[in-house]
Design a protein around this ligand. Structure first.
Ligand code: NAD
Length: 453
C-alpha cells in the first residue's frame, strides 16, 4: 500500500460513519429530496456533553467528561451502550450512536440509535470509583435517558454490575414507578434476561453460520473445522471464541490489550482463561506463541473476528490480513480504505451493524419483558428467538446485496443522472447492502411520519 494513502487515511469514526452512509445513499430506493433528508437522517438528534466531578479514593476530585448522543428515533426510542474508555470523545460516541440506529433497523427491532461514554480509564480505577463515576454520569443525564426515550446497555468496560448501578441511580431519582426497562444487560436478579451476556457473540455465530451455509464465502461452507482468530478478549471476543469453539472451530489466536496468544493447532481456551485470570492478559499462556495486541489480525486463519474497538484493520495492515472472511464483532474495526482493499481481494467483510446486532436483539427481549413486568424466560427460548431473528436479518441483507449487484448498471445510470459530478459508483459490498437496508427502513419511517410541524 503506498505510504501516501496510509498517511491520508482519516480515522475519525464519525467521518467514517458518514462515508459509509454516503456510499449507501445512491442505492436507497425512494429517497426523494435526498440532500435535506440525508442530513436529517445522518445528524444526531441530540448531543449531551457533561462535566462529571468525582471524589476519588484518595480524596482528590477528578473531573471526567461524559457524553450521551441520541442519533435517531424515527423507528423507536434510542438504544445503545455506555463505554468507559480513555479515548472516548464526542465524535466516537456520535459514530457509535449512528451505527446503533442502522443496527436496530437491520435486525428490525423497534429502537432508534444512541450511545454514551465516559472518558476514563477503568483499569486504573477501584470498583468504588467506577461506581461513583457511573452514578454521577446517570444522575447528570437525568431525564435524557428513560424507559421510553433512551435506554443504555453495556459496552467496553461496562458490564451487568454497571447496569445495576445505572438502574439503581435512575430508580432513586424516579421513586414510586417501575423503571427496570431504563437499562438492559442487567443482572438476572434485577430484571436481566438469560443469554444477554453471550448474546452479541451468539448472534455473530448465527450470522456467520447462515452466511457460510448460503455459500457467500469462497471455499468455506461451515464453522466446523475452520480456523478462527479473534482480536479482543472481553465480552464479545471471549464469548465468540468459546461459542465458535463449541461449534467445532479451532481458535488459532486471541489477544487483549496486554497482548495475545497463538497456536496453529488450536488454543486450549480453558488454559487461556486460567492464565487470563491470573495474569490479566492472554499473553504468556503456557505452550502458546506470543502475539502483540494486533497480532490476531495477521495470523493465517479462515475466519477473522475483530472484537476490540474501532480502526484496527487499516491501510497500514490490511495487506497482511490472511483470512477468508472478516466478521466484525467490534463496532467500526475496519476503515473504509481497508474495507475496499479486503473486498477487492475477494475477502468478504460481514459488517458490524449485522454481525454484532445480537446484543441489541436480546436487549429488546429484556426491555419488552421489563415493561410488561413478566416472569423470567429460559435461555434456550432466548437463543431460539435470537437465531431466527439473526438468520432473517442475514437473509434480508443478502437479498439486498444480490439485488444491488445484479442491477448495478441501473443504479449507476440513476445516480449519475442525479449527481453528474459524483465519483463512479462502486459495486455494493455487504456493508453497503446492510446500510441500504437500514437507511431505507429509517427513511421509510421518517417519510411516513412527515416533517414536523
Ligand atoms: P470489553 O471491554 O468486554 O472487551 C474489550 C476487549 O478489547 C478487551 O479484551 C480489551 O483488553 C481489548 N482492548 C481494549 N483496548 C484495546 C486496544 N486499544 N487494542 C486492542 N484491544 C483492546 O468490551 P466488549 O463489550 O467486548 O466490546 C468490544 C467491541 O464490541 C466494542 O467495539 C463494542 O462497541 C462492540 N460491541 C459490544 C457489544 C456488547 O454487547 N458488549 C455489542 C455490540 C458491539
Amino acid at each position: 500500500m503506498p505510504k501516501s494513502d496510509q498517511a491520508a487515511e482519516d480515522l475519525n469514526p464519525h467521518h467514517i460513519a458518514r462515508s459509509q452512509f454516503d456510499a449507501a445513499l445512491p442505492f436507497v430506493e425512494d429517497l426523494s429530496d435526498w440532500r435535506g433528508m440525508s442530513e436529517w437522517l445522518f445528524d444526531p438528534e441530540r448531543v449531551v456533553k457533561l462535566t462529571l466531578p468525582v471524589v476519588m479514593d484518595d480524596g482528590h476530585v477528578q473531573v471526567f467528561r461524559g457524553y450521551r448522543v441520541l442519533h435517531n428515533t424515527a423507528r423507536g426510542p434510542g438504544k445503545g451502550g455506555i463505554r468507559f474508555y480513555p479515548t472516548v470523545d464526542e465524535d466516537e460516541v456520535s459514530a457509535l450512536a449512528t451505527w446503533m440506529t442502522w443496527k436496530c433497523a437491520v435486525v428490525d427491532v423497534p429502537f432508534g440509535g444512541a450511545k454514551g461514554g465516559v472518558e476514563c480509564d477503568p483499569l486504573q480505577m477501584s470498583i468504588a470509583e467506577k461506581r461513583r463515576v457511573t452514578r454521577r454520569f446517570i444522575s447528570s443525564l437525568g431525564d435524557d435517558i428513560g424507559p421510553y426515550t433512551d435506554i443504555p446497555a453495556p459496552d467496553m468496560n461496562t458490564d451487568a454490575q454497571v447496569m445495576a448501578w445505572i438502574y439503581d441511580t435512575y430508580q432513586m431519582m424516579h421513586r414510586h414507578t417501575i423503571n427496570l426497562a431504563v437499562v438492559t444487560g442487567k443482572p438476572l436478579d434485577l430484571g436481566g434476561i438469560p443469554g444477554r451476556t453471550t448474546a452479541t457473540a451468539q448472534g455473530l455465530a448465527y450470522v456467520l453460520e447462515r452466511i457460510l451455509e448460503r455459500g457467500e464465502v469462497p471455499g468455506l461452507s461451515r464453522i466446523e473445522g475452520s480456523r478462527v482468530s479473534v482480536q479482543g478478549y472481553g465480552n464479545v471476543g471471549r464469548y465468540s471464541a468459546l461459542i465458535l469453539h463449541d461449534m467445532g472451530a479451532r481458535i488459532v489466536a486471541v489477544a487483549d490489550i496486554g497482548g495475545g496468544a497463538a497456536n496453529p493447532d488450536g488454543l486450549d481456551l480453558e488454559e487461556v482463561d486460567a492464565h487470563f485470570r491470573e495474569a490479566g492478559t492472554t499473553l504468556g499462556t503456557p505452550g502458546t506463541q506470543p502475539l502483540d495486541v494486533k497480532g490476531p489480525l495477521e495470523v493465517e486463519c479462515d475466519i477473522l473476528v475483530p472484537a476490540a474497538l474501532e480502526n484496527q484493520i487499516t491501510l497500514e495492515n490490511v495487506d497482511r490480513v490472511n483470512a477468508s472472511v472478516v466478521i466484525e464483532g467490534a463496532n467500526g474495526p475496519t476503515t473504509p480504505g481497508a474495507d475496499r482493499a479486503l473486498v477487492d481481494r475477494g475477502i468478504p467483510v460481514i459488517p458490524d451493524i449485522l454481525a454484532n446486532a445480537g446484543g441489541v436483539a436480546v436487549s429488546y427481549f429484556e426491555w419488552e419483558r421489563n415493561l410488561a413486568n413478566k416472569l423470567q424466560v429460559e435461555e434456550d427460548e432466548v437463543n431460539a428467538r435470537l437465531r431466527a431473528q439473526m438468520r432473517r436479518a442475514t437473509d434480508g441483507v443478502l437479498e439486498v446485496y444480490h439485488r444491488l449487484q445484479d442491477h448495478l448498471p441501473e443504479y449507476r445510470d440513476r445516480w449519475h443522472e442525479a449527481m453528474p459530478d459524483a465519483p463512479p459508483l462502486r459495486a455494493a459490498d455487504m456493508r453497503t447492502a446492510a446500510m441500504v437496508t437500514a437507511v431505507g427502513r429509517c427513511w421509510s419511517a421518517l417519510a411516513q411520519r412527515g416533517v414536523w410541524p
